[in-house]
Write a new protein. Structure first.
Length: 213
């Protein structure tokens, strides 16, 4: 057999053809990840980056109908992100929270801002030993007439209260800690995040890597 060929899941593959002519190797690994229920968000959070994850979470729940929840294969959602759109992020959060099939969120590097909020939605939450987190109040801009700007401000106050309730319900962060740290850049390493209930397990300390692969 040529060194340019090999086997992948029992299929004889000409890797030169894949790389040079069709560039399909990444697609094959992507499909294998989907079969193993592995989803990845590794860039800024916006509609395009979350829509596949939402779609697949719904699809896995469709496939699992009739299977007891405790017998379902978990969905592994790897999130490494600086943050992004709150609207898109909460679309994904709602999908995770509604999912009967367990969704495990995994931080192998950093979950900042909206990435932080998505991460704490997981039914189980995992972090690498040197993973980092950031909670802050984000950015909100208003460029409009005075009356519309006031309407936007009033809505932002309601939105911030919902965010507060969400974070407090998903972590061990106290109301006092939340209020005092919201206006600053509150960074945490994995061990600090575990103390605050932001993550449940530190990989290599509380669990084996087999839990998240």
């Amino acid at each position: 057999m040529s060194t340019k060929t090999g086997y992948f899941n029992g299929v004889d593959i000409d890797f030169e053809t894949l790389f040079v002519e069709n560039a399909m190797l990444d697609e094959m690994f992507y499909l294998k990840d989907l079969k193993q229920r592995k989803l990845f968000i590794t860039s800024e959070i916006h509609q395009v980056t979350i829509e596949d994850a939402v779609h697949h979470i719904l699809q896995y729940n469709t496939e699992d109908k009739g299977i007891p929840v405790e017998e379902r294969q978990p969905i592994l959602l790897y999130i490494v992100s600086n943050g992004g759109s709150e609207d898109a992020g909460f679309e994904l959060i709602d999908a995770i929270m509604a999912s009967k099939t367990p969704v495990y969120t995994i931080n192998l590097g950093y979950q900042y801002s909206m990435g932080f909020l998505i991460g704490i939605a997981g039914h189980k939450r995992f972090a690498a030993p040197n993973a980092k987190y950031l909670m802050h109040d984000g950015t909100s801009l208003t460029y409009d007439s005075g009356s519309k700007a006031r309407d936007k401000l009033a809505f932002d106050i309601r939105r911030e209260e919902r965010l507060r309730e969400y974070v407090l319900s998903r972590t061990k962060i106290t109301p006092e800690e939340y209020d005092s740290n919201l206006r600053v850049e509150w960074y945490m390493f994995a061990d600090e995040a575990k103390e605050k209930g932001v993550t449940d397990f530190i990989i290599g300390k509380d669990c084996d890597i087999d839990e998240i692969i």
